[in-house]
Design a protein. Sequence first.
Length: 211
Amino acid sequence: MNITVLGATGGTGRLVVAQLLARRHSVRAAVRKPKKASSLGTDLVAFDLTSATPDDFAELFAGTDAVINAAATSSMMKRQADLVDRAGVIAAIEAAATLGVKRWIQVSMMGSGESGRVPVYLRATGQAKHAADTHLATAGMTWTVIRPPWLTDGPGAGTISVGERLPEGSLTRTDLAAVAVECLEASSTYDRMLEVTSGDLPVAEALRSLT
């Protein structure tokens, strides 16, 4: 499968790329500075969500079967969240759908759209992500929104809990990446928004258990 990864140099995006390559997918990584991302070991395309043109999108999504969006602003300012997590992602979703991409997997945030479940300092980001998530659901692609809680670094356990609404918890970026990759062909995740935390079931089994 030909897969384009947005946010490929981020903490989660790098792990997504590595896991896709381990499964022998063809991966195109969207990066702002290709010279600094050579360690990703895959096809790199210079790309910036905040300033992409139609030609940029056409180059990025050419031949793409599926997109995994792990892009996220590192700023907690509303203006930057709106620019990247809302407007930038929505523009990319629209372009991908127009260009014939069939599958889109989006890494979002637990509690997006529910201010009471998001810390005050992350509410602008949560609102921006929620706007992109809801737009994705209307774009005409087969979609999945993954909403993880607080993320940690380090090795993953390989086990998760998943559902439409879960208690707060934590999740390693490694396990989040594994969920995103596993969702590609897991029909139980098609056209759904899912919350994911650490848990007891292996990733593939947990996703298959969804009803």
